[in-house]
Design a protein around this ligand. Structure first.
Ligand SMILES: Nc1ncnc2c1ncn2[C@@H]1O[C@H](COP(=O)(O)OP(=O)(O)OP(=O)(O)O)[C@@H](O)[C@H]1O
Length: 629
């Protein structure tokens, strides 16, 4: 028998599960049943697509089921499935290490506060290890499909596990897994037939496979006037594909229960959309929006949660082909009547039936969201707090639904508190306002205080504050909302909208000073020109239409892009500012040089660009300060 230590992360997770989740220990059963259900799904699918698995039919594949066997006296419960099973390597890697980066990410977010952490862990789904809340010893006996050997994995859930081959009568006759749980004091309450039935019905009623429970059933014997115990095996769950029933037969609790069992979440979903399509294509979809965005939503290896079924048979659960990437937070089920059962992943990508289902599903999800936004703004706000950003990602991927997405996304604004929509901003437009304006490229407070907003504030024009790091990339590809132009205020061309009548004269007047400033700054700037967009600040930098903003460049650099050309912004000068008026009155004096650099450096600082030479900046500032005192 070989003894192995748990990976450090496993020990950490185990400790946490046992100490933070004590308020819901019963979920261990849901987790184990859902693992068995996944294992049955996997084997069933392989047996439909792969000849070598087909040969196994008769070994339990054709009658998939999950069996619970309770021994009240010894306080043990066994849970068996006829699923895909695990090899020796599988047992070591699946039940001894944590492979998913989502789990590691989750562990790194823990705060040490039990209450908060148990909320986090609830969103995450704890899986197999949750059994150690109720057990002081767990034995997993498993044989992988198409393999001969059976292995037993034993652990007390503390430091490590032991693994050995089992032979003779103890070896499994067919593929599958049996988990033998030795209940601890906390778990002793589950060594009870009624209690187990109650938990299965509560969490796993709609699992697609039948769950049987064998236990000592007590029945009242009228003749003997006593309760008689008989060992009985009964099916405990409904095992119906709930999503195939009509909406009118289902209660909210049915929907919530199915969600929790497929998504491994404790919290109720925010909302769900259940649709049955009949006609050229026949299919059912049931989509859920989780109350909280999954913690690993932005990780490259994030796995979506939509399962594909064909005629109630599970096919796969990687949503990359089922819904577009930006809707990866949606959980649920697509069940089609028209796809072949042995459809492979490669075929799916170009399958017309699936493409139509996918297109219709996206439209359905987005239109349902739009309805909620209109009818229940409070609920919609909860949705937006979690999913505004993925919707924005949709803007540059999903052109077909761009119009709807533009209605769904929300923004901060220079004019109203909270979040607002393009439609609302459009309603607030001033009569002379030529476009809808926004500012990107910084934190909320940087953007709100940007000199670029001064003139808009003065004119009472609203500017949307887009402070999400994806905003600049996303919105640079969106030119219009309906027939209204969308414009970034930090792009050089936008100031054309704000031209004041006196601008040409002012520019003319400023010319000698501008030339002097440009001569001083040299190649550090592309151009120096008079601004019509400043009110209180003397200077600002802007970038050309097709250039990334200063902040965007920083992000690109941080992401490892090294071949970016030097930043060469355009410096705009406020012709009406007192400092500029004073400089104008005497361009010959030596102050212009210091002033030129200070005007440029302060504009960079306000854009969040670090100065290349802070020491010279400070010397210059002190020199000017000294002269003014
Ligand atoms: N009954 C089983 N049959 C076959 N494989 C299993 C079984 N139970 C667990 N496994 C394997 O062990 C892995 C780890 O299970 P665990 O429950 O910890 O996480 P998970 O199911 O992958 O994710 P989560 O439960 O967090 O959604 C599974 O992915 C699966 O490969």
């Amino acid at each position: 028998m070989s003894k192995q230590q748990f990976q450090t992360e496993v020990s950490q997770l185990l400790h946490l599960i046992v100490h933070s989740l004590y308020s819901h220990p019963e979920i261990f059963l849901r987790e184990l049943i859902s693992n068995s259900s996944d294992a049955l799904d996997k084997l069933r699918h392989l047996s439909l697509t792969d000849e070598t698995y087909k040969a196994l039919v008769g070994n339990g594949i054709d009658s998939p089921r999950i069996d619970l066997d309770l021994d009240e006296a010894s306080k043990t419960l066994s849970l068996s499935d006829t699923g895909i099973g695990m090899s020796e390597e599988d047992l070591i890697s699946h039940l001894g290490t944590i492979a998913r980066s989502g789990t590691k990410n989750f562990l790194s977010q823990l705060s040490g506060d039990d209450r908060k952490d148990s909320n986090l862990i609830g969103q995450f789904g704890v899986g197999f290890y949750s059994v150690f809340m109720v057990a002081d010893k767990v034995e997993v006996v498993s044989r992988k499909a198409r393999e001969e050997k059976t292995y037993r994995w034993i652990s007390d859930g503390k430091t490590g596990f032991e693994i050995e081959e089992v032979t003779g009568d103890a070896a499994r006759k067919a593929a599958g897994t049996t988990i033998l749980i030795h209940f601890n004091d906390e778990g002793a309450q589950y060594a009870n037939g009624w209690r187990l039935q109650e938990i299965v019905k509560k969490y796993s009623n709609h699992i697609a496979f039948p769950i049987f429970l064998t236990y000592e059933k007590s029945e009242w014997d009228e003749e003997k006037k006593e309760s008689i115990k008989t060992r009985t095996t009964e099916q405990v769950n409904a095992a119906s594909a709930m999503w195939r029933r009509s909406k009118s037969e289902l209660t909210d609790d049915d929907y919530k229960e199915l969600y929790k069992s497929i998504a491994g979440d404790w919290e109720d979903p925010l909302f769900w959309f259940h649709t049955r399509a009949e006609g050229t294509l026949e299919y059912t979809t049931l989509f859920y929006i989780p109350a909280k965005a999954p913690l690993d939503l932005y990780q490259a290896d994030y796995k979506g949660g939509v399962k594909l079924y064909v005629k109630r048979v599970f096919i796969m659960d990687d949503s990359r082909d089922l819904l577009p990437q930006y809707l990866r937070f949606v959980r649920g089920i697509i069940d089609s009547e028209d796809l072949p059962l042995n459809v492979s992943r490669e075929i799916l990508q170009q399958n017309k039936v699936l493409t139509s289902i996918k297109t219709a599903s996206v439209k359905k999800i987005l239109s349902e969201l739009k309805t909620i936004a209109t009818n229940d703004p409070e609920k919609y706000a909860k949705f937006i707090a979690e999913y505004n950003r993925p919707l924005k990602e949709g803007l540059y991927g999903d052109f077909a639904n761009r119009e709807t997405l533009l209605e769904l996304i929300r923004f901060k604004s220079s004019k109203v508190a909270g979040l607002t929509s393009f439609a609302e901003a459009k309603d607030r437009m001033q009569p002379e306002q030529k476009a809808l304006y926004y500012i990107t490229g910084g934190t909320e407070s940087m953007l709100r205080n940007s000199p670029l907003l001064e003139i808009y504030k003065k004119k009472g024009i609203e500017v949307l504050i887009l402070d999400d790091d994806v905003d600049e990339i996303v919105f640079s590809t969106v030119a219009k909302y309906g027939d209204i132009d969308l414009k970034a205020v930090n792009k050089s061309s936008t100031s054309g909208d704000l031209k004041d009548e006196a601008a040409p004269e002012k520019a003319e007047e400023l010319k000698p000073l501008l030339e002097k400033i440009k001569a001083t700054l040299g190649d550090a700037v592309k151009e120096v020109r008079a601004s019509s967009r400043l009110a209180d600040s003397p200077s600002v930098i802007v970038s050309d239409e097709d250039e990334p903003s200063a902040r965007m460049r920083q992000m690109m650099q941080a992401m490892g892009q090294t071949n970016l050309p030097e930043l060469q912004p355009t410096l705009e000068i406020n012709p009406d500012h007192e400092i500029i008026r004073k400089l104008l009155s005497d361009t010959s004096n030596g102050k212009v040089e210091d002033a030129a650099w200070l005007l440029f450096d302060q504009a960079l600082l306000l854009e969040g660009v670090p100065l290349k030479d802070p020491a010279t900046f400070v010397q210059r500032l002190n020199r000017v300060l000294n002269q003014s005192i």
